[in-house]
Write a protein that binds this ligand. Structure first.
Ligand code: F6R
Length: 361
Protein backbone atom coordinates (compact mmCIF):
# COMPACT_ATOMS: atom_id res chain seq x y z
CA UNK A 1 0.00 0.00 0.00
CA UNK A 2 2.99 2.29 -0.30
CA UNK A 3 1.97 3.03 -3.89
CA UNK A 4 4.58 5.14 -5.65
CA UNK A 5 6.58 5.64 -2.44
CA UNK A 6 9.61 3.77 -1.16
CA UNK A 7 8.62 3.96 2.49
CA UNK A 8 5.49 4.57 4.53
CA UNK A 9 7.23 7.55 6.10
CA UNK A 10 7.68 9.16 2.69
CA UNK A 11 4.04 8.46 1.84
CA UNK A 12 2.84 9.84 5.16
CA UNK A 13 4.90 13.02 4.76
CA UNK A 14 3.21 13.58 1.40
CA UNK A 15 -0.26 12.93 2.82
CA UNK A 16 -0.03 15.96 5.08
CA UNK A 17 -1.88 18.48 2.92
CA UNK A 18 -4.89 16.14 3.18
CA UNK A 19 -4.49 15.04 6.78
CA UNK A 20 -4.08 18.63 7.99
CA UNK A 21 -7.03 19.78 5.88
CA UNK A 22 -9.21 17.00 7.23
CA UNK A 23 -8.19 17.71 10.82
CA UNK A 24 -8.72 21.46 10.50
CA UNK A 25 -12.25 20.93 9.12
CA UNK A 26 -13.12 19.34 12.46
CA UNK A 27 -12.33 22.57 14.29
CA UNK A 28 -12.92 25.38 11.80
CA UNK A 29 -15.78 26.64 9.67
CA UNK A 30 -13.90 27.79 6.60
CA UNK A 31 -17.00 29.01 4.79
CA UNK A 32 -17.80 31.56 7.48
CA UNK A 33 -14.24 32.15 8.63
CA UNK A 34 -15.00 31.03 12.17
CA UNK A 35 -13.61 28.66 14.76
CA UNK A 36 -16.25 26.03 15.54
CA UNK A 37 -17.72 26.05 19.01
CA UNK A 38 -16.84 22.56 20.10
CA UNK A 39 -17.59 20.73 23.32
CA UNK A 40 -14.96 22.70 25.24
CA UNK A 41 -15.87 25.99 26.88
CA UNK A 42 -12.50 27.69 27.16
CA UNK A 43 -14.07 30.65 28.96
CA UNK A 44 -14.62 28.27 31.89
CA UNK A 45 -10.99 27.10 31.92
CA UNK A 46 -8.23 28.90 33.89
CA UNK A 47 -5.22 26.86 32.79
CA UNK A 48 -4.28 24.08 30.43
CA UNK A 49 -1.99 21.22 31.39
CA UNK A 50 -0.80 19.21 28.41
CA UNK A 51 0.78 15.79 28.96
CA UNK A 52 2.42 13.75 26.21
CA UNK A 53 5.53 11.82 25.16
CA UNK A 54 8.02 12.22 22.34
CA UNK A 55 6.76 13.90 19.21
CA UNK A 56 3.33 14.51 20.76
CA UNK A 57 5.10 16.44 23.55
CA UNK A 58 6.63 18.77 20.96
CA UNK A 59 3.21 19.26 19.34
CA UNK A 60 1.95 20.18 22.82
CA UNK A 61 4.72 22.75 23.23
CA UNK A 62 3.76 24.37 19.93
CA UNK A 63 0.17 24.43 21.18
CA UNK A 64 1.30 26.18 24.34
CA UNK A 65 2.72 29.14 22.41
CA UNK A 66 -0.63 29.49 20.63
CA UNK A 67 -2.88 29.12 23.73
CA UNK A 68 -0.90 31.72 25.64
CA UNK A 69 -0.48 34.20 22.79
CA UNK A 70 -3.93 33.98 21.22
CA UNK A 71 -6.10 33.14 24.20
CA UNK A 72 -4.14 34.51 27.17
CA UNK A 73 -4.60 31.06 28.65
CA UNK A 74 -1.74 29.84 30.85
CA UNK A 75 -0.55 26.52 29.51
CA UNK A 76 1.96 24.03 30.84
CA UNK A 77 3.30 21.10 28.88
CA UNK A 78 5.04 18.16 30.48
CA UNK A 79 6.50 14.82 29.53
CA UNK A 80 4.03 12.27 30.86
CA UNK A 81 6.63 10.00 32.46
CA UNK A 82 7.70 12.89 34.70
CA UNK A 83 4.26 14.33 35.32
CA UNK A 84 2.74 11.10 36.58
CA UNK A 85 5.32 10.48 39.31
CA UNK A 86 6.13 13.92 40.67
CA UNK A 87 2.83 14.74 42.37
CA UNK A 88 2.25 17.99 40.46
CA UNK A 89 0.27 20.78 42.12
CA UNK A 90 -2.69 21.66 39.93
CA UNK A 91 -5.39 24.26 40.35
CA UNK A 92 -9.05 23.18 40.07
CA UNK A 93 -9.84 25.22 36.94
CA UNK A 94 -7.27 23.32 34.91
CA UNK A 95 -8.14 21.44 31.75
CA UNK A 96 -5.83 18.44 31.40
CA UNK A 97 -5.09 17.50 27.79
CA UNK A 98 -3.45 14.25 26.72
CA UNK A 99 -1.87 14.44 23.25
CA UNK A 100 -1.19 11.10 21.58
CA UNK A 101 -1.30 9.50 18.16
CA UNK A 102 -2.10 6.01 19.45
CA UNK A 103 -4.11 7.01 22.52
CA UNK A 104 -2.41 4.07 24.27
CA UNK A 105 0.96 5.37 25.48
CA UNK A 106 1.16 4.09 29.06
CA UNK A 107 2.60 7.18 30.73
CA UNK A 108 0.26 9.58 28.94
CA UNK A 109 -2.77 7.46 29.78
CA UNK A 110 -1.72 7.22 33.44
CA UNK A 111 -1.24 11.01 33.60
CA UNK A 112 -4.69 11.55 32.12
CA UNK A 113 -6.27 9.16 34.63
CA UNK A 114 -4.43 10.88 37.47
CA UNK A 115 -5.85 14.26 36.41
CA UNK A 116 -9.33 12.83 36.07
CA UNK A 117 -9.14 11.27 39.53
CA UNK A 118 -7.95 14.65 40.88
CA UNK A 119 -11.24 16.12 39.60
CA UNK A 120 -9.89 18.09 36.64
CA UNK A 121 -11.66 18.49 33.32
CA UNK A 122 -10.00 16.27 30.74
CA UNK A 123 -9.61 16.12 26.96
CA UNK A 124 -7.75 13.69 24.71
CA UNK A 125 -6.27 14.86 21.41
CA UNK A 126 -5.80 11.48 19.75
CA UNK A 127 -5.62 10.00 16.28
CA UNK A 128 -7.09 6.62 17.25
CA UNK A 129 -10.63 7.55 18.24
CA UNK A 130 -11.47 4.24 19.90
CA UNK A 131 -8.31 4.26 22.05
CA UNK A 132 -8.01 4.06 25.83
CA UNK A 133 -7.36 7.80 26.11
CA UNK A 134 -10.35 8.62 23.92
CA UNK A 135 -12.51 6.59 26.32
CA UNK A 136 -10.87 7.87 29.50
CA UNK A 137 -11.14 11.61 28.75
CA UNK A 138 -14.36 13.59 29.18
CA UNK A 139 -13.87 15.21 25.78
CA UNK A 140 -12.45 13.71 22.60
CA UNK A 141 -10.54 16.07 20.34
CA UNK A 142 -9.94 13.95 17.26
CA UNK A 143 -7.12 14.31 14.76
CA UNK A 144 -7.82 12.92 11.30
CA UNK A 145 -4.40 11.86 10.12
CA UNK A 146 -5.59 8.39 9.16
CA UNK A 147 -3.55 5.30 10.10
CA UNK A 148 0.14 6.06 10.60
CA UNK A 149 2.37 3.07 9.80
CA UNK A 150 5.89 4.57 9.89
CA UNK A 151 7.28 4.35 13.41
CA UNK A 152 8.58 7.92 13.18
CA UNK A 153 5.54 10.14 13.52
CA UNK A 154 4.93 12.70 10.77
CA UNK A 155 1.33 13.25 9.71
CA UNK A 156 0.01 12.56 13.21
CA UNK A 157 2.29 15.33 14.49
CA UNK A 158 1.09 17.96 12.02
CA UNK A 159 -2.51 16.92 12.67
CA UNK A 160 -1.94 17.49 16.40
CA UNK A 161 -0.35 20.87 15.73
CA UNK A 162 -3.17 21.88 13.35
CA UNK A 163 -5.83 20.92 15.90
CA UNK A 164 -4.06 22.77 18.73
CA UNK A 165 -3.68 25.94 16.64
CA UNK A 166 -7.36 25.84 15.67
CA UNK A 167 -8.40 25.19 19.28
CA UNK A 168 -6.23 28.10 20.43
CA UNK A 169 -8.10 30.38 18.01
CA UNK A 170 -11.42 29.05 19.38
CA UNK A 171 -10.16 29.65 22.92
CA UNK A 172 -9.13 33.21 22.02
CA UNK A 173 -12.59 33.92 20.60
CA UNK A 174 -14.42 32.41 23.57
CA UNK A 175 -12.25 34.33 26.01
CA UNK A 176 -12.83 37.64 24.22
CA UNK A 177 -9.21 38.01 23.12
CA UNK A 178 -9.89 37.70 19.40
CA UNK A 179 -12.45 39.87 17.59
CA UNK A 180 -14.32 38.81 14.44
CA UNK A 181 -11.80 40.42 12.06
CA UNK A 182 -8.83 38.76 13.74
CA UNK A 183 -10.70 35.46 13.86
CA UNK A 184 -11.30 35.67 10.10
CA UNK A 185 -7.61 36.44 9.52
CA UNK A 186 -6.42 33.50 11.63
CA UNK A 187 -8.93 31.06 10.15
CA UNK A 188 -7.84 32.16 6.67
CA UNK A 189 -4.20 31.57 7.63
CA UNK A 190 -5.09 28.05 8.75
CA UNK A 191 -7.16 27.53 5.59
CA UNK A 192 -3.99 28.19 3.58
CA UNK A 193 -1.97 25.62 5.52
CA UNK A 194 -2.68 22.57 3.31
CA UNK A 195 -1.68 24.48 0.16
CA UNK A 196 1.52 25.78 1.77
CA UNK A 197 2.37 22.34 3.16
CA UNK A 198 2.08 21.09 -0.42
CA UNK A 199 4.31 23.97 -1.56
CA UNK A 200 6.88 22.96 1.09
CA UNK A 201 7.11 19.52 -0.55
CA UNK A 202 8.82 21.31 -3.46
CA UNK A 203 11.83 21.86 -1.20
CA UNK A 204 12.56 18.16 -1.68
CA UNK A 205 15.43 18.50 -4.19
CA UNK A 206 17.20 21.18 -2.16
CA UNK A 207 16.83 19.08 0.98
CA UNK A 208 18.19 15.98 -0.75
CA UNK A 209 21.33 17.96 -1.55
CA UNK A 210 21.60 19.16 2.07
CA UNK A 211 20.97 15.59 3.31
CA UNK A 212 23.99 14.31 1.38
CA UNK A 213 26.18 16.56 3.56
CA UNK A 214 24.29 16.10 6.82
CA UNK A 215 24.62 12.31 6.42
CA UNK A 216 28.39 12.70 6.93
CA UNK A 217 27.98 14.43 10.30
CA UNK A 218 28.05 12.74 13.69
CA UNK A 219 26.31 15.64 15.46
CA UNK A 220 23.73 18.11 14.22
CA UNK A 221 22.14 21.14 15.90
CA UNK A 222 18.63 22.39 15.15
CA UNK A 223 17.80 25.95 16.20
CA UNK A 224 14.60 27.94 16.37
CA UNK A 225 12.78 30.57 18.38
CA UNK A 226 9.13 30.70 19.41
CA UNK A 227 7.14 27.79 18.02
CA UNK A 228 10.21 26.92 15.94
CA UNK A 229 12.00 25.91 19.15
CA UNK A 230 9.85 22.82 19.81
CA UNK A 231 9.96 22.13 16.08
CA UNK A 232 13.78 22.22 16.29
CA UNK A 233 13.57 19.56 19.01
CA UNK A 234 11.21 17.55 16.84
CA UNK A 235 13.68 17.83 13.94
CA UNK A 236 16.47 16.55 16.15
CA UNK A 237 14.31 13.67 17.40
CA UNK A 238 13.33 12.70 13.85
CA UNK A 239 16.95 12.69 12.71
CA UNK A 240 18.09 10.63 15.72
CA UNK A 241 15.31 8.11 15.34
CA UNK A 242 15.75 7.20 11.71
CA UNK A 243 19.33 8.12 10.77
CA UNK A 244 20.99 7.37 14.17
CA UNK A 245 22.88 10.66 13.94
CA UNK A 246 23.14 12.50 17.23
CA UNK A 247 21.13 15.70 17.07
CA UNK A 248 19.91 18.33 19.53
CA UNK A 249 17.27 21.00 19.22
CA UNK A 250 17.88 24.27 21.02
CA UNK A 251 16.22 27.61 21.43
CA UNK A 252 18.47 29.82 19.31
CA UNK A 253 18.93 32.23 22.23
CA UNK A 254 20.38 29.42 24.37
CA UNK A 255 23.29 28.90 22.01
CA UNK A 256 25.74 31.08 23.87
CA UNK A 257 24.83 29.44 27.17
CA UNK A 258 26.62 26.25 26.22
CA UNK A 259 25.94 24.52 22.93
CA UNK A 260 28.02 26.97 20.88
CA UNK A 261 31.03 25.11 22.32
CA UNK A 262 30.05 22.20 20.07
CA UNK A 263 30.40 24.20 16.86
CA UNK A 264 33.15 23.13 14.47
CA UNK A 265 33.48 22.55 10.70
CA UNK A 266 31.91 19.10 10.99
CA UNK A 267 28.81 20.06 12.98
CA UNK A 268 25.97 21.39 10.83
CA UNK A 269 23.41 23.78 12.29
CA UNK A 270 19.94 23.69 10.79
CA UNK A 271 18.00 26.87 11.50
CA UNK A 272 14.22 27.12 11.23
CA UNK A 273 13.82 30.80 10.44
CA UNK A 274 10.44 32.00 9.16
CA UNK A 275 10.22 35.76 8.73
CA UNK A 276 8.53 36.48 12.06
CA UNK A 277 9.14 39.03 14.82
CA UNK A 278 12.19 37.11 16.10
CA UNK A 279 13.84 36.48 12.72
CA UNK A 280 16.58 39.09 13.25
CA UNK A 281 17.47 37.53 16.60
CA UNK A 282 17.82 34.10 15.02
CA UNK A 283 19.84 35.55 12.14
CA UNK A 284 22.38 37.07 14.53
CA UNK A 285 22.71 33.70 16.31
CA UNK A 286 23.47 32.13 12.93
CA UNK A 287 26.19 34.70 12.24
CA UNK A 288 27.77 33.65 15.54
CA UNK A 289 27.77 30.02 14.42
CA UNK A 290 29.18 30.85 10.97
CA UNK A 291 31.88 33.05 12.53
CA UNK A 292 33.09 29.96 14.40
CA UNK A 293 33.34 27.94 11.23
CA UNK A 294 30.14 25.94 11.67
CA UNK A 295 28.20 25.10 8.51
CA UNK A 296 24.78 26.73 8.69
CA UNK A 297 21.70 25.72 6.74
CA UNK A 298 19.01 28.37 7.09
CA UNK A 299 15.50 27.35 6.16
CA UNK A 300 13.71 30.64 5.53
CA UNK A 301 11.47 32.36 2.97
CA UNK A 302 13.17 34.24 0.12
CA UNK A 303 11.84 37.52 1.55
CA UNK A 304 14.02 37.01 4.64
CA UNK A 305 17.23 39.08 4.49
CA UNK A 306 20.58 37.34 4.21
CA UNK A 307 22.41 37.08 7.52
CA UNK A 308 25.81 38.01 6.05
CA UNK A 309 28.20 35.32 7.08
CA UNK A 310 30.47 32.90 5.34
CA UNK A 311 29.04 29.44 5.03
CA UNK A 312 25.36 30.30 5.46
CA UNK A 313 23.48 28.14 3.01
CA UNK A 314 19.84 28.89 2.36
CA UNK A 315 16.97 26.59 1.61
CA UNK A 316 13.94 28.55 0.45
CA UNK A 317 10.68 27.88 2.25
CA UNK A 318 7.22 29.10 1.21
CA UNK A 319 6.12 32.48 2.56
CA UNK A 320 3.48 31.96 5.24
CA UNK A 321 1.55 33.53 8.12
CA UNK A 322 3.54 32.98 11.31
CA UNK A 323 0.62 31.07 12.90
CA UNK A 324 1.06 28.21 10.45
CA UNK A 325 4.87 28.26 10.25
CA UNK A 326 5.13 25.16 12.49
CA UNK A 327 2.99 23.24 9.98
CA UNK A 328 4.88 24.47 6.92
CA UNK A 329 8.37 24.06 8.47
CA UNK A 330 7.54 20.57 9.75
CA UNK A 331 7.84 19.40 6.14
CA UNK A 332 11.52 20.30 5.56
CA UNK A 333 12.37 18.95 9.01
CA UNK A 334 10.78 15.59 8.16
CA UNK A 335 12.12 15.43 4.60
CA UNK A 336 15.64 16.20 5.77
CA UNK A 337 15.58 13.38 8.33
CA UNK A 338 14.05 11.09 5.72
CA UNK A 339 16.67 11.77 3.04
CA UNK A 340 19.55 11.51 5.52
CA UNK A 341 18.22 8.09 6.55
CA UNK A 342 17.80 7.00 2.92
CA UNK A 343 21.34 8.16 2.25
CA UNK A 344 22.57 6.09 5.19
CA UNK A 345 20.49 3.08 4.17
CA UNK A 346 18.75 2.62 7.52
CA UNK A 347 15.38 0.91 7.98
CA UNK A 348 13.28 4.07 7.76
CA UNK A 349 9.89 2.62 8.67
CA UNK A 350 11.18 0.30 11.42
CA UNK A 351 14.10 2.05 13.13
CA UNK A 352 16.13 -0.08 15.52
CA UNK A 353 14.98 -0.33 19.15
CA UNK A 354 11.73 1.58 18.58
CA UNK A 355 8.09 0.51 18.76
CA UNK A 356 5.14 2.36 17.25
CA UNK A 357 3.17 2.37 20.45
CA UNK A 358 4.77 2.36 23.91
CA UNK A 359 2.17 0.67 26.08
CA UNK A 360 4.62 -0.32 28.81
CA UNK A 361 6.75 2.08 30.85
C1 F6R B 1 8.54 9.89 17.36
C2 F6R B 1 7.48 9.06 17.89
C3 F6R B 1 7.33 8.93 19.38
C4 F6R B 1 5.85 9.08 19.77
C5 F6R B 1 5.66 8.81 21.26
C6 F6R B 1 4.22 9.05 21.69
O1 F6R B 1 8.57 9.86 15.98
O2 F6R B 1 6.71 8.50 17.15
O3 F6R B 1 8.12 9.86 20.05
O4 F6R B 1 5.46 10.38 19.43
O5 F6R B 1 6.02 7.49 21.55
O6 F6R B 1 3.34 8.20 21.01
P1 F6R B 1 1.79 8.53 20.99
O7 F6R B 1 1.61 9.78 20.23
O8 F6R B 1 1.15 7.34 20.33
O9 F6R B 1 1.36 8.70 22.42
Amino acid sequence: EKGEYRHFMEKEIHEQPDSVQHTLSEYLDFVNGKAKTGPTDFAAVDRIQIVACGTAFYAGQIGRYAFEKLAGLPCDVEIASEFRYRQPALSPGTLAVAVSQSGETADTLASLSWCKAAGLKTAALVNVHSSSMAREAETLWPTHAGPEIGVASTKAFTAQVAALLALAVAAGVQRGRIDAAREAELVKALFEAPRLIAAAMLMEDDLKAVAADVAKATDVLFLGRGAMFPLAMEGALKLKEISYIHAEGYAAGELKHGPIALIDEETPTIALAPLDDVFEKTASNLQEVAARGGPVIMIAPTSAPDPHGAGIRRVDAPECHSLIAPLVYAVPVQLLAYYVAVQKGTDVDQPRNLAKSVTVE
